[in-house]
Design a protein around this ligand. Structure first.
Ligand SMILES: Nc1ncnc2c1ncn2[C@@H]1O[C@H](COP(=O)(O)OP(=O)(O)OP(=O)(O)O)[C@@H](O)[C@H]1O
Length: 283
């Protein structure tokens, strides 16, 4: 059984009158012959935080790619701020899954953030002084200014992740898509990244769709959970979804969920191997 931490109750930053940023209606996504999920109805409002959980291959990253306009739905509709998705939208900030950066790669932290600032810009480019100021502001916001001129490949995983967050915030997005941003970070760095995202959500009303295998580190922020498994899904508050009966139903086998001290302890989900998990245990 694995233990996941998180003790504070989430404080809603949105109401039913808050604008909807993302809406999926009767959405289906296929990859090849396989239906990853279907019949998905989901609305995400400004300031709302949804954790996306599910075993390997259940279609979590593919959902983000559909929202980014990289993968078309096979059925249903997907709207971002009322319009169909398109690549490079200023409305979306994206923190992709971490990949190793070669130490000799000449890209500095500020270069990566610059891609976020002017890679999206349609209008007049920022003057070089304005551009530098904006990049400095973003790096300062995430506490990464000290290593602005360091090659990315020489930064630690946690430092790189801060820089990726700065890049994702560059256009002041209404929607943040985060693909396992806490992977391989120690609890201190996990907390720092979660805190950055939460501050942005509260100060700017960004909605967050957060793909993760570990719910507890973000539990204080989570308004709802979208759990994908075996081509099916459940959406609801953590207490509605993270139950033995819901997860046993989704997995088609016995799963035990215990809530203790504001944490979920889960055992028995029949998942394929994942590097971050003990066998047979799932968040
Ligand atoms: N380019 C592709 N062409 C065809 N199938 C693909 C492609 N990329 C991914 N898939 C398949 O789509 C399925 C869903 O992949 P996806 O990466 O969305 O899952 P995931 O839930 O994010 O998994 P993980 O937890 O391992 O990151 C997988 O079975 C995968 O093999």
């Amino acid at each position: 059984m694995t233990e996941q931490s998180g003790a504070i109750a989430p404080q809603a930053t949105f109401t039913s009158g808050t604008p909807v940023v993302l809406s999926l209606t009767d959405a289906e996504l296929r990859r090849g012959e396989r239906v990853l999920w279907s019949g998905l109805d989901l609305e995400l409002r400004r300031g709302e935080f949804i954790a996306v959980l599910g075993p390997n291959g259940s279609g979590k990253t593919s959902l983000l790619h559909a929202i980014l306009g990289r993968l078309p739905l096979s059925a249903g509709t997907l709207l971002i701020d009322g319009r169909p998705p398109r690549r490079g939208s200023d409305l979306i900030g994206y923190i992709p899954q971490q990949r190793a950066v070669a130490p000799h790669m000449p890209l500095r932290a500020r270069d990566l953030v610059r891609l976020g600032v002017d890679g999206h810009r349609w209008g007049l480019p920022l003057g070089s002084r304005g551009l530098r100021r904006r990049i400095d502001e973003l790096l300062t916001e995430v506490g990464a200014h000290a290593y602005a001129d360091m090659p990315l490949g020489l930064l630690s995983g946690g430092e790189q992740q801060r820089v990726r967050v700065a890049q994702a915030l560059a256009t002041d997005p209404a929607l943040l898509l985060c693909d396992e941003p806490l992977l391989s970070l120690d609890p201190h760095h996990q907390h720092a990244i979660v805190d950055l995202l939460d501050r942005r959500r509260r100060a700017h009303g960004a909605a967050v769709l957060f793909v993760t295998h570990e719910l507890n580190p973000v539990l204080p922020l989570v308004d709802r959970v979208l759990y994908l498994a075996g081509g099916r899904f459940r959406v609801g508050t953590p207490d509605e979804v993270m139950t033995s009966s819901v997860l046993s139903d989704l997995y088609g086998g016995p799963v035990e969920v215990v809530r203790a001290h504001g944490r979920y302890l889960i055992a028995g989900a029949p998942i394929p191997h994942h590097p971050d998990h003990a066998e047979g245990v799932q968040s």
